[in-house]
Each structure stands twice: as C-alpha cells, then as structure tokens.
Write a new protein. Structure first.
Length: 366
C-alpha cells in the first residue's frame, strides 16, 4: 500500500484563470483557489440559465408539431420565478395552446400543463432538436425518453437548483493525474465530475472522471493527462436542499508516489488544542479548542530516486502550507488535507497535522 503526496495544485497557480457557471458576489470563484477551508466558492441561489448550455425546452403541440422555448439567460432564485420564465417562453413559442407552469413548494417539482387549446403536448427530452442544451435535467425530469400523450406533466424528481460548474484555463497543457474537492455541499445523490480537455469544449472531453467519496471529500486518481482546460461539473439538482453549489478547496495536479512506503510504526495521535492558564490560587482558566489527529511517520528504506522525489515534494510544502496526503494509492478517498507540523528532517521523518477549522470557546475559572 503506497502513499501519494499531492503538492502541486494546478488550480492555485498564478497563471490559472477560473470561470464559473455563476457565483455569489460574497463568495467568488477565486476562493476555490485559496488554501483556507473557510473560503469557498458558492453559486448563485436557485436556477442559473446559460445561453447555449441549458436554455432550451423542445415541445410539441398537436397539428403544428415541434416548437422550442428559449429561456432568457440569467438567475432565477426561486422555483416560482423559474416556472414563470418557462411559461412565458413556451407561450411565446406556441401556436396552438397556452401553458401554465408551476413549482410546488412542498414537493419541489415543476408541473408543465396545457392551459388553453385542444391538443395534447409532448416534451421532447430525447428527440428534440436541442437535447444537448435542454433545461430538462435542471427541472428534475428524466431525459432518457420523451414525455408524450398527455396535457400535463410533473417532473420525475424534486429540483432545488440548476447544475453548475467551475472551470480553469491553466494557460498551457500541464500534467494532471488526480482530483480532489473538499468543503463541498453536495446532497446525498449529488455527483461531481472532473473533466479535462485540450480546448474549451465539453461535448466529449478527454478526461471525464466521477469523483467518488462522501460528505468530507470527493476524489479520484486516473491516468496522467497533459491538458490546458479542466472543469468540475456539479449535478446535485435533486438533493441539495441548500439551493446552491459550494466548493472549498479544489485540487487538480500530479502526485509523488515513493516505491517504498513509510516504515512500520507510523503513529497517529491526537493533539489537544485547548489552552489552560493557572492562577496564583491554583484555579485554572481553559480556552477550549478542538482535538486533531497528527500522523508521525518515517521513510527509512527509500531508493535513491524516491528519496530525491520525496524530498522535492516536501520542500514544496514548507511548514504551514497545506497539501493532500493519500494514505492508500488504491483508494483516493483515503486522503487527508494536511500540513507539516515541524517541517521534515533529512532522515525523512515528518509529522502531518489534519487541517481543520478550530472553534474556540471561552472557559471558566474552576
């Protein structure tokens, strides 16, 4: 079981230029490049419609056949506002019927219904002319088949927000073999996919890796690719009740993997961050802090080439600079966001501390 060190974050490089599908002004995309967990990019609340991306709704109505509603690009912070926009644009595109579109505050589902007219309607999620830019997924509809033969349709699942993305232009093709996201707010069934491509085109990217994990981390290792453009595609329409996407630290870069792992005897201990002051009378005052795990390890059997590579990696993260340390090269999710407690010795002995926010509470004299 080898270890991996991820110290070169392409996303945080000075030349990297980030763009986002949307962003709250108080939580800009630049915060996804910051090493502090407390800083996080956040999308705008609700549904964000982007021209040429998720702004089309193909439908049919009786004798006139196909029609396309083109939604106005912008932010629709509530389901009611999104429903009104869909209704407006369907009515503008229709020739036979008028429509009523609503959003349920209880079920979180959209209903698209014929209001006037005599024709049945169809929602062409699969066979429409604009399936690649359809809004269907953002509304909670299953888009693997058309909805046909009725005058009213309810979305297949709850919908709390639109899909979102973060994208980076590295300025030139650079090697990336791993991706990590921490401090995200994905819902239980939400997915986040790391994509990479030579150009800013995403129909069929060279790298398309789903990041596995849990509420703490989403991560993956893959075959190294040298590409200029990278993107996080976030799809948690159905379960993210917050109504927005959030990403704390985003890492994409290479890794260093010694052939020989650290020696037996690695120690994991818990560091007490509480502080105690003792008064003259013997009473004490306690500032309560968290406990955090610290791993102490030593590499004693490294090959010469591995020693050089490991030293270079550790020199790149001097004391206090955070980086990702993978304890198991076969499982990217067994990775922690850490920093060196005391630097490292020439004997390649080091200690890693878990990087966590530390709440401090006032204690009382006892």
């Amino acid at each position: 079981m080898a270890q991996r060190l991820m110290v070169t974050n392409r996303i945080a490089a000075a030349a990297a230029v980030l763009t986002a599908s949307s962003e709250d002004a108080s939580t800009p995309r630049a915060w996804a490049q910051d090493q502090l967990r407390s800083k996080a990019w956040r999308s705008k609340l609700g549904w964000n419609i982007r021209a040429g991306e998720n702004d089309k709704l193909d439908f049919t109505e009786g004798s006139t056949g196909d029609a396309t509603a083109t939604l106005t690009a912008g932010n629709y912070a509530t389901g009611a506002l999104m429903a009104t926009q869909i209704q407006t644009q369907m009515d503008a595109a229709a020739t036979d019927n008028t429509y009523t579109v609503t959003y349920s505050s209880s079920t979180k589902k959209f209903t698209i219904a014929r209001a006037t007219g005599t024709d049945t309607i169809g929602l062409e999620w699969l066979t429409g002319a604009n399936t690649a830019t359809s809004v269907g997924l953002d509304l909670g509809f299953v888009v693997s088949a058309d909805d046909t033969g009725a005058t009213s349709y309810v979305s297949d699942s709850a919908a709390y927000k639109s899909r979102e993305w973060l994208k980076v232009d590295l300025g030139s093709a650079l090697a990336v073999a791993s991706g990590f996201v921490i401090n995200h707010n994905l819902g239980a069934s939400g997915t986040i996919t790391l994509q990479g491509n030579a150009t800013d085109a995403w129909t069929s990217p060279t790298v398309d890796e789903a990041l596995g994990g849990d509420a703490d981390i989403r991560a993956d290792y893959f075959t190294e690719q040298s590409l200029r453009w990278w993107r996080l595609l976030i799809d948690d329409v159905q379960t993210n009740t917050a109504g927005y996407s959030e990403v704390g630290v985003w890492f994409a870069g290479p890794y260093t993997e010694p052939t020989v792992c650290y020696s037996i005897g690695m120690v994991k201990r818990y560091e007490q961050l509480s502080r105690v002051a003792v008064g003259i009378s013997g009473s004490h005052f306690r500032d309560e802090g968290a406990q955090r795990p610290v791993w102490s390890m030593r590499w004693t059997e490294l090959l010469a080439a591995d020693r050089t590579a490991l030293q270079a990696a550790l020199f790149a993260v001097p004391r206090g600079k955070t980086f990702f340390f993978g304890f198991d090269s076969t499982d990217a999710t067994d990775t922690e966001y850490v920093w060196l407690v005391e630097g490292f010795s020439e004997e390649l002995t080091t200690a890693l501390a878990y990087d966590i926010p530390v709440p401090v509470l006032s204690g009382a004299l006892g």
